[in-house]
Design a protein around this ligand. Structure first.
Ligand code: GLU
Length: 476
C-alpha cells in the first residue's frame, strides 16, 4: 500500500474531505476532477475521503446516475474511506436539527403563500429594490406576527443575521466577503417538511466532521449561507476551496461537442484511468513543468497553493498524448486484456493468427487509445481483400517482377525485420525501384490496405508461411 507513508504523517486523523455529487446525470469531467482533488488532499495528509450521494432531489436523482458515479470513481481508482452515504437516509437527522433550530429561534415558520411572495417581489421591483424575502414572519423582540392562516402549511426559514458580513479565506480564491444584507432568510424546510439542499449539505458536513470542503466554484454563492447556518448551529467551520470550472477549448462551458462529457465514456473509447487521472490533475493545478506524474506523486505534491484561480481549458489532444504515454508504459499482457475484447467485437479472426502480444508491441508506440490500437491491429486479423483498382494501379509490371524476387527471397531469409529489410533493399536496388513501388503492392496484398506500420515489421509478425501464401497468387 503506497499510501502507508502518508498515513503515518503527523497530520493523520485531521483532514477529512468529501465528494458530494448529486446523482442527476453521469459523472462528468468537472465532477471527476473535484473528486480527484478531494481524494488527493485527504491522501496527502493521511486523512479520510468520504463519498456522499446528495440524492434529495428525488425527481432528478436516479439509481443509474448513482451507479455511474460509483463506476466512475472505481475506474479512476478514487477509493473512499467512508460511505457512500445517501442523504435520503438522513432525513430524520435533518428534521431533528430543524426542530432544534426552531426551538432555539435560529429558524422560524413562514406562512407566506407563493402568491404573497410573488406580490412581495413585484412591490420590490416596482420600488426599484432588490427582490428578497421581507421578513414578514421573522420573529423580532416586540414584533407582532400576523395571524396564522388557517389550514396553510408553513415553510421553515433560517434566521439569517441582518447585519455584518460573512467572510472566509477561500483556499483557492483568497478571501471572499459577502454582506449579510445580500442574503435573505433561506427556506430550510419546504411545506411538506422536506429539507432543502443547502441545509442538508450543512448538516452532513457538520456530522461528518468535514475539515475541507473542496468543490466547484459554482457553489461559491452557497457558501456564505452555509457558513451562517453552521455558525447558528455552533458547528466548527470547515475550510473551503472552490475549484474553477473546466471550459472547452473554445472557452465555452464544457458540453458534448467538446468530446465525451461522461467520465465512463472514456474507458469505452479506450482511455486508461492513469492517463485520465494525470490529465485531470493538471486541469487547474500544476507542479512546476511536470506534465507526467503518478498518482503517488500527485498525492504527495497536491496542495492549494498551486491551483489556478481562473478556469481550466479542456484539451482532448493533450489527453490523447497522455494516454499514448500510459499505453506505452503498460505491459503488453495488460494491454492484451483490453485489446482482445475490442478485436472480437470488430470481428477479428484470432485463431491461427499472429500473436497478439507481438502485434501490440508493434502498435502501442503510436496508439492514442486502446480502440485505435485495436482498429489498427485488425490488419493482422482479417482476411485481406485488396481492392482491384488499387491493385491495378500499384501492381505494375516492374513491381510484379520485384515482388517475385521478394517472394522468392522470403523462402530463405532469416525471419526478422532487419533481415527482411536488408533483403527488400537489395531487391529494390536490383530493379532500380523506389520503396513505394514494392511496398505499396506488398501492403495491399498482405493486408488489403495501403497504410500499415513498417511493412518489414508487418511481414515479420505475419510469419514466413502466411506471407508466402498471400503472395503466391500474384507472383506465379
Ligand atoms: N451536490 C453538489 C453538486 O453535485 C455538491 C455539493 C457540495 O460539494 O457542497 O454539485
Amino acid at each position: 500500500m503506497f499510501f502507508s507513508f502518508y498515513l503515518q504523517s503527523d497530520f493523520s486523523m485531521t483532514v477529512r474531505t468529501r465528494f458530494a455529487p448529486s446523482p442527476t446525470g453521469f459523472l462528468h469531467l468537472g465532477g471527476a476532477r473535484t473528486a480527484l482533488f478531494s481524494w488527493a488532499y485527504a491522501r496527502h495528509f493521511g486523512g479520510q475521503f468520504i463519498l456522499r450521494i446528495e440524492d434529495t432531489d428525488v425527481e432528478r436523482s436516479t439509481p443509474e446516475a448513482v451507479q455511474a458515479i460509483l463506476d466512475g470513481m472505481k475506474w479512476l481508482g478514487l477509493d473512499h474511506d467512508e460511505g457512500p452515504f445517501y442523504q435520503m437516509q438522513h432525513m430524520d437527522r435533518y428534521r431533528e436539527v430543524i426542530d432544534q433550530m426552531l426551538k432555539e429561534g435560529t429558524a422560524y415558520y413562514c406562512y407566506c403563500s407563493p402568491e404573497e411572495l410573488d406580490a412581495m417581489r413585484e412591490r420590490q421591483r416596482e420600488a426599484g429594490e432588490h427582490t428578497r424575502y421581507d421578513g414578514t414572519w421573522r420573529p423580532e423582540p416586540g414584533k407582532t406576527l400576523p395571524p396564522v392562516p388557517e389550514g396553510r402549511q408553513p415553510v421553515v426559514r433560517f434566521r439569517n443575521p441582518l447585519d455584518g458580513e460573512v467572510s472566509w479565506d477561500d483556499q483557492v480564491k483568497g478571501t471572499i466577503t459577502i454582506s449579510n444584507k445580500e442574503l435573505d432568510d433561506l427556506i430550510i424546510a419546504r411545506q411538506d417538511g422536506t429539507p432543502t439542499y443547502n441545509f442538508c449539505v450543512v448538516v452532513d458536513d457538520w456530522d461528518m466532521r468535514i475539515t475541507h470542503v473542496i468543490r466547484g466554484d459554482d457553489h461559491v454563492n452557497n457558501t456564505p449561507r452555509q457558513i451562517n447556518i453552521l455558525k447558528a448551529l455552533g458547528a466548527p467551520l470547515p475550510l473551503y476551496a472552490h475549484v474553477p470550472m473546466i471550459l472547452g477549448d473554445d472557452g465555452e462551458k464544457l458540453s458534448k461537442r467538446h468530446g465525451a462529457v461522461s467520465v465512463m465514456e472514456y474507458p469505452e473509447e479506450g482511455y486508461l484511468p492513469d492517463a485520465m487521472v494525470n490529465y485531470l490533475a493538471r486541469l487547474g493545478w500544476s507542479h512546476g513543468d511536470d506534465e507526467i506524474f503518478s498518482r503517488e506523486q500527485f498525492c504527495e505534491w497536491f496542495d492549494f497553493d498551486h491551483m489556478s484561480r481562473s478556469a481550466a481549458q479542456f484539451n482532448p489532444e493533450k489527453l490523447k498524448w497522455l494516454n499514448n504515454h500510459y499505453i506505452r508504459q503498460t505491459d503488453n499482457a495488460d494491454l492484451e486484456k483490453l485489446v482482445r475484447p475490442r478485436l472480437e467485437k470488430l470481428g477479428a479472426q484470432l485463431e491461427n493468427a499472429p500473436a497478439l502480444s507481438e502485434v501490440i508491441e508493434l502498435l502501442k508506440e503510436r496508439a492514442h487509445t486502446i480502440n485505435e490500437l485495436a482498429e489498427v491491429a485488425m490488419l493482422f486479423y482479417r482476411h485481406p481483400q485488396p481492392d482491384a483498382a488499387l491493385l491495378e494501379k500499384h501492381l505494375t509490371a516492374e513491381s510484379r517482377q520485384a515482388l517475385k524476387d521478394y517472394a522468392h527471397g522470403c523462402e530463405n531469409v532469416t525471419w526478422n525485420r532487419e533481415a527482411i529489410s536488408a533483403m527488400t533493399k537489395d531487391i529494390l536496388a536490383g530493379h532500380k525501384l523506389k520503396m513505394p513501388q514494392l511496398a505499396m503492392p506488398l501492403r495491399l496484398i498482405l493486408t488489403g490496405q495501403l497504410q500499415t506500420p513498417s511493412i518489414d515489421a508487418v511481414a515479420e509478425i505475419f510469419g514466413r508461411e502466411r506471407v508466402l501464401s498471400r503472395l503466391m497468387p500474384y507472383v506465379e
